[in-house]
Design a protein around this ligand. Structure first.
Ligand code: ADP
Ligand code: ZN
Length: 606
């Protein structure tokens, strides 16, 4: 084996406890060690940090890491220090005296990684003159430099000066944003046009993808509660469309005994910080949030994400579900989708100032929600990635849709639309089909029409789902300019008059309940016996106690994955503990006694 690779693996084992590199990590490390610039695109959880941390540890001097978020900086420094790596941050939250001491320590070569905000780097770099021993410069969240990205930050715009100031120091830009324009822009803005581009697959195979359509209101809440009960003790995020919804959801869940908190941009900063901390420290299990939640969070043991409503586009959806399962263990994504969502989002899109683009994106999102083919294939093809097999870890793969001749069913709905003179919307149409006595139905005289009640055999959710399919297949459309009333297309008329046949996919939200996407066995928690699971829970408590005592987040002590391996391998000596997956040298010393004693007790008891 090459000398460099051997050294890199030794550092990986010593400081992180891992035995091998993930896909593409070593290639980047080698490239940077040879003094070249790099742009690295990897999904969340892909292991970007290793790409600059290992070169930093292998070389003399200190690596500068530019990061946009103070909270994230602190977490990253804490995690490195917990692994025995000398790291620090300079930022505006510390006193100038503290910052000065840290910079002096960098000059004395006592620090291997220095986290710094972009504005600080730009302001201070000239006064460091040539004396600062800089090994490399890493720009994290590099998409923030691009106007094309979804998260442009003015503080990033001057970072192009860095390469001019330190022409011989390798620059490595990292991001989880895949889109093509942003990625080209990063190299240009940073003045590293010749940088090699490293792109890793954006697939996140450990996240199971599930969609439930047509379920709303109280029924939706019931299902969310059931889902959380099936994920007892596991951290998760519920995304809602509006601020109000986050508070209502959190309140509803709390009233049912679930430990939930709301989080949205309208809350006071101090409250937001507290909620975020509680979540990171495993002190609150569920966060009900608008999209504002997640950016500043590095927590690796988020086990599930629910979208209470369909998100506005696939980019947001993918970013949000990506917050689950960063440790590589099985995680679940569940999205609820109903006609009401499409309507609300259509209004948002129309008012957005970029209506055409946003409506197109919304349409793609809707196609995903209604997919009758493997959802992962759809997602990855959206991101222009080749993926030529079914994933086996989405609800479509696990419940292949059953097709049936839906002509009669469609005719019922179409006929009702005609008889109401195309003057009713989705909800009212369903009420009419089901023979509801609601005042709106009676007041409109709809209980007198011939099709009133013909569809009473089908539930609300079923009609919702079939009408959505009719919409998708082009039998009907929504006249947004006419109070969202449903109208019949030419194709719809042909079906109504028996000239065309329609195949529908059997409504299957209930089969999700019976048979959710299976977890991939090699990543699953459920490889473990129930005794192992009981030990895993005990180890989680030990982890939490240690984290409290040390003032760090539980996931920084060990990830869920490491605890799971520990529960299965049951080390009882220091030597066994020290060679375990994910146990760095520094952590062996610190923690072996506490964990092995819990394991020994467990073995005695069982
Ligand atoms: P990203 O920044 O790309 O989201 P991280 O660098 O935070 O990803 O890594 C995600 C998780 O994977 C972390 O828990 C990290 O410790 C772990 N990890 C990274 N590289 C490896 C590896 N080679 N072997 C095992 N685990 C790894
Ligand atoms: Zn699939």
């Amino acid at each position: 084996m090459q000398d460099l690779k051997r050294k890199a693996l030794a550092v990986l084992k010593k400081f992180y406890g891992y035995d091998s590199f993930h896909d593409m990590q070593y290639e980047v490390i080698e490239h940077v060690m040879n003094g070249h610039d790099a742009v690295v695109l990897m999904p969340t959880g892909g292991g970007k940090s290793m790409c600059y941390q290992i070169p930093a540890l292998l070389q003399p001097g200190c690596a500068l890491v530019v990061s946009p978020l103070l909270a994230l900086m602190k977490d990253q420094v804490d995690a490195l220090v917990a692994n025995g790596i000398p790291a620090a941050a300079v930022n505006s939250q510390q006193s100038e005296a503290e910052n000065r001491v840290i910079i002096e320590n960098v000059f004395k070569q006592n620090i291997k990684l220095l986290y710094i905000s972009p504005e600080r780097l730009i302001a201070d770099m000239d006064q460091w003159s040539a004396g600062m021993p800089i090994s490399l410069i890493a720009i994290d969240e590099a998409h923030c430099i691009s106007h094309w990205g979804h998260d442009f930050r003015p503080e990033y715009s001057q970072l192009g000066l860095v390469k001019r100031r330190f022409p011989n120091v390798p620059v490595i830009a990292l991001t989880a944003t895949a889109d093509r324009l942003t990625r080209i822009d990063i190299g240009e803005q940073l003045n590293i046009k010749d940088a090699r581009l490293f792109i890793k697959s954006f697939d996140r195979p450990n996240i199971s993808l599930n969609v439930v359509s047509g379920v709303t209101g109280r029924e939706k809440l019931k299902r969310i509660v059931r889902f959380i009960e099936n994920h007892r003790g596991q951290s998760g995020i519920i995304y809602c469309l509006r601020r109000d919804d986050t508070e209502k959801m959190a309140q509803n869940l709390r009233s049912l005994g679930i430990d939930a908190q709301a989080f949205h941009a309208g809350m006071a900063t101090s409250v937001k910080l507290r909620v975020q901390r509680d979540f990171i420290n495993d002190d609150v299990q569920v966060i009900c949030a608008t999209i504002a939640f997640g950016m500043g969070i590095d927590k690796s043991n988020v086990r599930w994400v629910i979208h209470s409503n369909m998100p506005k586009n696939i980019e947001s959806y993918y970013q949000e579900i990506g917050r689950a399962g960063r440790d590589g263990m099985a995680a679940d994504a569940l999205m609820f989708y109903s006609f009401g969502d499409v309507k609300t989002l259509m209004n948002f899109a129309n008012d957005s100032g970029q209506a055409l683009v946003n409506i197109e994106k919304l349409n793609r999102m809707q196609q995903y929600a209604e997919a009758t083919v493997c959802r992962r294939r759809m997602l990855l093809s959206y991101f222009n990635e080749r993926f030529d097999h079914d994933c086996g870890n989405c609800d479509v793969c696990n419940n292949p849709p059953e097709r049936f001749d839906g002509t009669t069913l469609c005719q019922m709905a179409l006929s009702a639309i005609v008889r109401t003179k195309e003057k009713v919307g989705f909800r009212l149409l369903i009420d009419i089909l089901r023979g509801s006595r609601k005042s709106e139905v009676v007041a409109g005289g709809f209980d007198k029409i011939k099709t009133y009640g013909v569809g009473h055999d089908f539930s609300n959710a079923m009609w919702n789902a079939y009408l959505l399919q009719m919409l998708q297949l082009g039998l009907i459309y929504i006249a947004y300019e006419d109070e969202d009333h449903l109208k019949i297309t030419d194709f719809g008329s042909e079906v109504l008059y028996g000239k065309r046949q329609v195949m529908l996919s059997r409504f299957y939200y209930d089969s999700y309940e019976k048979k959710p996407a299976k977890r991939r066995p090699q990543l699953a928690l459920d490889d473990a016996s129930s005794s192992d699971m009981a030990l895993f829970e005990k180890l989680k408590l030990t982890r939490k106690a240690i984290a409290k005592a040390r003032g760090i987040a539980p996931y920084m002590v060990f990830s869920d994955k490491v605890l799971m391996v520990m529960a299965q391998e049951k080390p009882v000596t220091k030597a066994q503990f020290g060679t375990l997956y994910g146990v760095a040298e520094a952590k062996t010393e610190l923690y072996w006694r506490q964990f092995t004693s819990v394991i020994r007790d467990h073995l005695k008891g069982s």
